[in-house]
Ligand binder design. Structure first.
Ligand code: ADP
Ligand code: ZN
Ligand code: ZN
Length: 756
């Protein structure tokens, strides 16, 4: 073996994380000089500390100018080392530069506005204070008297109180300081964004005092006890809590968190940003008070850095936040929870396109912590891992509030509506149920699941959908009337009549929330309607404004996209209408059915959250599709079995793994050329290594052009993840040393959660 070299970063918080220096690794340090190891190195004339962020066998400068590492520091609980090791894991498994990965995991120093807290406290015993008070009264020093009386009763006075309410002048205070009776304290305190968030909403009349845990029911208690037993035995595992909406998962998290905190360890609670509502935060605040903090996208970089310092200093025990909260530098991390584990937002859309689930499990492994994944509709990935015995599975089948029932679900066949002459998007059954709600003063939510909608073509008479014969995914219609498969590039002319039943009602599916809103107003002119979609929520606040207005009963009907499915509880909503379940069922990627099942189950979970029984109407052209049938019957296991059979038949994840190489360029010819070269190079690598990896494409992405960039993709399927990452490493090298990739941006995405 030749000499080994390490890239060492010296100032980890500077933000210039790519500024590394190369050192050689002496023979005796080879086994300990690993990624992330803290090292001592000669730096100029002095010795400095740094971290290893890269390893290679290639010197970057003349060998005689490279100095050796002096020593590797004992590896202990050094959080920086752990985070660098985590960056390396991300870099290896999800494809990104080490620099991008480091920027993802390490907090970068930012100018922070600290809050100073100035107070006045006693500097002597109570008897001295009382003597001084007596003296002030005797001599008629009114100001001194006011101050001392208040200090004796309150113990500590805010500076604002001293100068404001008590109107004590500075010389008076100075005199008392000189006498050794009081002293002024200035504390620098980091702000807790959670407390300010909750203060902001004051006046909603809610109790913010700490509350003890209500007793868990038997099923909840069982989960708690098992995890608590593992914790106290020092056993660290990944648990999957599969519980219907409202089954009390959050209550279980709270009780387990309490155990972890009691044992002196810290907790990361991941929640999709959209579910990070006032009510959720309040629940945590009531249990844990100031020991909880929050991260969210509206916080500035400085505020985020602030929180990471507070975490590192041990000022907080629990952080709540979206994906990025995973990198909170807790030194005594004991537990990571991912609520709504199946949510696509846990996957980063920017390189490194890491998935928070897998990174959470790795972080927990590095710090000896446990992981809880929770969902009403677990991802196939998580449930399959649990089936294999890799995760421990718990199931909560009923709602936690005694007497709360699951809603009744009915499926409406839109083909029959057409046959009966109803061309509206509202079936007769749905209209009837809406009318009833209007009469009784209850509320309705109408839901158009456009997420992932990519312009599929289907038959209104028989429900037939145009699919790619090779990939079994819906084809997308392009302007010129061509249907394209975005995995393999297959093209077909759009047929004039349905190939299945001959009907001429074969077309793209065009409807939007605005059209629905107009439709509702036409049928029910007296109804008060609110609409929530990307257009009506451009401003940050409008999202919660619309929801709270609806929650206050200021509208009868809320029309919206998948945005309305999450978060708030509306006790007065007793009807949820899913207008076209087909929209997400035909989104043109292999996860269409899984996404549809999730959306339907979550939407159904919105109905009947209060005392009133809820009803759900699912409208569709494919009432026999297993995703729709099992969602209507709230049968997750049934869905899982059928969906796994489909994934197995076509070797889609989690049966095998997919790597998408996304090729972006402003020049179309360049994008095409680069995509062909990548597909060719991948084929070569596969042949050389005797692999069975399938390479599909190149093909134009579903969004073939966006932001002036042409988008092409090459799609690789392989059962062994490590061969897929080896292929990625090979392609990275190829791209780096080839002439043909100038002005071409190439991104890797492993097991993508959304279409391209
Ligand atoms: P999930 O996280 O599964 O949606 P939550 O923990 O939010 O469920 O619980 C749903 C509702 O049931 C909440 O209003 C919660 O206060 C209540 N709840 C949870 N556990 C219990 C329990 N053991 N007894 C009574 N009510 C409970
Ligand atoms: Zn047909
Ligand atoms: Zn295809």
């Amino acid at each position: 073996m030749g000499d080994m070299y390490a890239d060492v970063i010296v100032d980890i918080s500077s933000g210039q994380l790519d500024k590394t220096y190369q050192y050689s690794i002496p023979e005796q340090l080879l086994s300990v000089a690993v990624m992330g190891a803290p090292v001592i190195i000669p730096f100029g004339t002095a010795k400095r500390e740094g971290y290893i962020v890269g390893l290679s066998g290639e010197p970057k400068i003349a060998v005689e100018r490279i100095k050796p590492i002096t020593a590797v520091k004992e590896k202990g609980q050094v959080i920086e080392s752990q985070m660098i090791a985590l960056a390396y894991f991300i870099r290896e498994n999800f494809g990104a530069t080490m620099n991008d990965a480091l920027h993802t995991v390490l907090p970068v120093k930012q100018a922070v506005r600290r809050v100073e807290k100035k107070t006045l406290v006693a500097d002597a015993g109570m008897d001295v204070l009382k003597d001084a008070l007596e003296k002030a009264v005797r001599r008629g020093y009114a100001a001194k008297e006011r101050l001392l009386r208040r200090l004796i009763s309150d113990g500590e006075l805010l500076w604002e109180t001293v100068t404001g309410e008590l109107s004590i002048s500075s010389p008076t205070v100075q005199a008392l300081v000189r006498e050794g009776i009081v002293k002024v304290l200035v504390k620098e305190s980091y702000r807790n964004p959670l407390t300010s968030l909750l203060k902001l909403n004051e006046g909603e009349g809610e109790e913010k005092s700490l509350k003890p845990l209500p007793p868990l029911n038997a099923s909840q208690q069982k989960i708690h006890d098992r995890i608590a037993a593992d914790l106290s035995a020092g056993v660290h595992k990944t648990y999957l809590v599969h519980g219907v909406t409202g089954s009390g998962k959050t209550e279980v998290y709270l009780s387990v968190i309490e155990e972890v905190v009691r044992a002196g360890r810290q907790v990361i609670m991941l929640i999709p940003e959209i579910a990070l509502t006032y009510q959720t935060l309040l629940r945590f605040y009531r249990r844990f008070g100031d020991r909880v903090s929050v991260l969210h996208s509206r916080m500035s970089a400085g505020e985020r850095y602030d929180q990471s310092l507070r975490a590192k200093n041990g000022e907080i025990d629990i952080i709540i936040g979206p994906r990025s909260a995973l990198f909170t530098p807790f030194e005594r991390l004991g537990l990571i929870i991912l609520d709504e584990e199946h949510e696509a937002s846990y996957k980063s859309e920017m390189p490194p396109k890491y998935h928070a689930r897998e990174v959470a499990i790795e972080r927990a492994r590095l710090s000896g912590a446990s992981v809880i994944l929770g969902s009403a509709t677990p991802s196939l990935w998580a449930y399959e891992s649990a089936m294999r015995g890799e995760f421990i599975l718990f199931t909560l089948k009923e709602r936690a509030v005694p007497g709360a029932l699951m809603p009744t679900v009915s499926v409406v066949d839109l083909r029959e509506e057409l046959a009966a002459g109803n061309r509206m998007i509202f079936s007769r059954a749905l209209q009837e149920k809406m009318r009833k709600r209007l009469l009784s003063g209850q509320q309705t939510m109408l839901f158009l699941n456009r997420r992932g909608y990519a312009g599929f073509v289907s038959c209104r008479s028989c429900g037939h959908v145009m699919k790619c014969p090779h990939c079994d995914i819906s084809m997308t219609e392009h302007d010129n009337g061509t249907l394209v498969c975005h995995y393999c590039g297959e093209r077909r002319k759009k047929p004039a009549t349905c190939p299945s039943c001959g009907s001429k009602y074969i077309a793209g599916f065009g409807t939007g929330t605005q059209k629905i809103e107009e439709g509702v107003k036409k049928i029910f002119p007296e109804a008060r309607v609110l609409r929530m979609d990307a257009d009506t929520t451009k401003k940050k606040e409008s999202y919660s404004e619309i929801l709270s207005s609806f929650s206050r009963g200021e509208a009868d009907i809320l029309v919206g996209t998948q945005m309305i499915v999450k978060g708030h509880d509306f006790p007065n909503v007793t009807l949820v209408g899913i207008l076209a379940a087909d929209l997400s069922l035909n989104s043109g990627d292999y996860q269409a059915a899984e996404r549809t099942f999730d959306l339907l189950a979550q939407a159904a979970g919105r109905a009947g959250r209060g005392r009133l029984l809820g009803e759900v109407v699912i409208q569709t052209y494919q009432p026999d599709h297993y995703a729709i049938k099992s969602a209507a019957e709230a049968d997750y296991e049934g869905f899982f079995r059928q969906e796994m059979a489909y994934r197995r038949a076509l070797s889609y994840p989690p049966v095998s793994h997919v790597m998408v190489v996304l090729i972006l360029s402003v020049k179309e010819a360049r994008a095409d050329g680069a995509a062909r070269l990548i597909a060719g190079a991948a084929g070569e690598f596969i042949k050389q290594n005797g692999l069975c990896t399938t390479v599909v494409g190149p093909a134009p992405a579903s969004l073939a052009k966006a932001n002036d960039l042409y988008r092409r993709m090459v799609y690789c399927k392989e059962t062994d993840y490590s061969w897929l990452t080896a292929l990625k490493n090979f392609l990275e090298g190829y791209i780096l040393y080839s002439e043909h990739f100038k002005n071409v941006n190439i991104q890797f995405d492993f097991d993508p959660v959304s279409g391209y």
